[in-house]
Design a protein around this ligand. Sequence first.
Ligand code: NAX
Length: 332
Amino acid sequence: MSEPINVVVTGAAGQIAYSLLYQLAAGSVFGPNQPINLRLLDIPVMMTVLDGVIMELEDLALPLLREITPTADPNVAFKNVAAAFLVGSMPRKEGMERKDLLAANAEIFKVQGKALDQHARKDVKVLVVGNPANTNAWICSHHAPSIPKENFTAMTRLDQNRAQAALAARLNVSVDKVKNVIIWGNHSSTQYPDAAHATVNVQGSTKPVPSVVNDDNWLNITFVEKIQKRGTAVISARKMSSAMSAAKAAGDHMRDWWIGTKPGEWVSMGVLSDGSYGIPRDIVFSFPVAIENGQYKIVQGLQINDFARSKLSITSKELEEERTEANNVLQN
Ligand code: NAX
């Protein structure tokens, strides 16, 4: 059994954290031999709610879960953390614009970036879930200059999981038979869910998804729009944003980053653009990545046709605009 690692979850009294904390305590993210100390950060008014969450965590009676520290102080929460789930933020409500969200959240991620800079391990793996996730990750990393920029990532794994599930349903196979679907760009309605490089295993043989679906109109329009609008569809039905599936995706993202991806397989993560595929640098853009020894690499050499190129430029433009807005908010 290894020494415990410190793991922080922000927004710990919220609905995504409620599902995420169980996965962390049960060992589904960092593995069955990795004990954890949980640091739970929320705002002062939520501390009594957090007390209830802690009682439930204790009552899980799970041996990997060691210390639990509730706090409203980022300087306590981020002390020596090896992994950070930045979930806490103001969630999007029905009818709310992303711009309003960005202004409300820029300040939170600036404060947390500074606290990470001062207190976290320099190899901390940071996953930003709170929206606008890509730009929040960018803000956070800019306020944590002592931590490598590649340690800051944004979650598009929920979009990937949605896309994988939608393709599996269309092809009438179980989800594990579909691999390598890609989410490019922003975790927003401009994201480009791309099945062009995805494969499906049908009766033991691996085939390209486009040739099996054999319907470009469905793949380029129906499928893309369904995934782009899935978050909104969940909000209209549930009157709250996705939580169970978001928590599962956050666990998937961190587990793959921690443990690695299988040879020949990739997953999508929002990472700082290095200019791959002609995407502008210095935005947090979702790319396909392969992971080994805790380090991800952007998968290179995928063919990008004109249709895909036009989608990539829409979503990268939005991220450049968000970066400009974030700069404006932070300078005022
Ligand atoms: P909740 O409102 O249930 O919980 C948010 C929690 O964050 C609350 O307990 C709140 O008090 C806390 N909080 C607010 N400011 C804080 C601060 N400065 N420090 C620490 N905690 C703070 O929202 P929930 O449904 O859990 O969603 C959390 C975030 O995830 C939202 O921004 C939401 O938009 C985002 N999502 C991101 C997704 C993604 O794929 N990247 C998908 C799901 C979700 O929409």
